[in-house]
Design a protein around this ligand. Structure first.
Ligand code: SAM
Length: 186
């Protein structure tokens, strides 16, 4: 997302169409998508953002402060799975979020999905980034450079699993590095 402004524009439009107020972000890095979300949701909106790399977040934090949107962000320095599990311990969080954006370790995307699908309201959206993994998901493995093969396999497994999940409707948009837009239907 950091290098794909077109993906950011799409995300901003979706956030506005949804009137999203409560969101979750998995994978913050220096906060490009976090700042975009914070600038887009209303003044009293909230983002629960999680990433174990606080140093990277602090690189972008001055821009977030300058934009006057820090009050919307609850940054949690942690791996995402324990944070999502903790949220799920409180039944009032079920279906309590409008939107989630996932841009972190690809091997955990399905684990994130199993948790986010309960936290997002029916009609809410989850966006998964990098689901085309540089186009490699459409190539035979022998044409993919060695270092990209593991994540290609993870992306393929996730794409297959989500495409047969009856709880959602999805659209894999060829923008940026591949955006899977996923709407909870029930
Ligand atoms: C591609 S960057 C995120 C970019 C960010 N969304 C943006 O738009 O600039 C991926 C981030 O995922 C984080 N990450 C990796 N494993 C994670 C995990 N298990 N839980 C949460 N975040 C994780 C990394 O620390 C890294 O900052």
């Amino acid at each position: 997302m950091g290098t794909a402004p077109d993906a950011g524009q799409l995300m901003a439009i979706l956030l506005k169409l949804l009137n999203a107020k409560k969101t979750i972000e998995v994978g913050v890095f220096t906060g490009y998508s976090l700042l975009l979300t914070a600038l887009t949701i209303p003044h009293d909106g909230k983002i629960i953002a999680m990433d174990p790399d606080r140093k990277a977040y602090e690189v972008g934090l001055p821009s977030i402060k300058k934009a006057g949107v820090e009050h919307k962000i609850d940054y949690i320095e942690s791996q995402a799975l324990p944070v999502l599990d903790k949220l799920l311990e409180n039944p009032s969080n079920d279906g309590n979020f409008d939107f989630a954006y996932v841009d972190a370790d690809k091997g955990n995307y399905w684990n994130y999905h199993e948790r986010l699908i309960k936290l997002i309201k029916i009609g809410g959206l989850i966006i998964y980034d990098n689901t085309l993994w540089g186009g490699t998901v459409a190539l035979p493995e022998e044409l993919v450079p060695g270092p990209k093969r593991k994540i290609r396999q993870e992306a393929l497994a996730f794409n297959k699993a989500i495409s047969s999940d009856s709880r959602v409707e999805i659209s894999l948009v060829s923008i940026g590095d591949g955006f899977t837009i996923c709407r909870r239907t029930h």
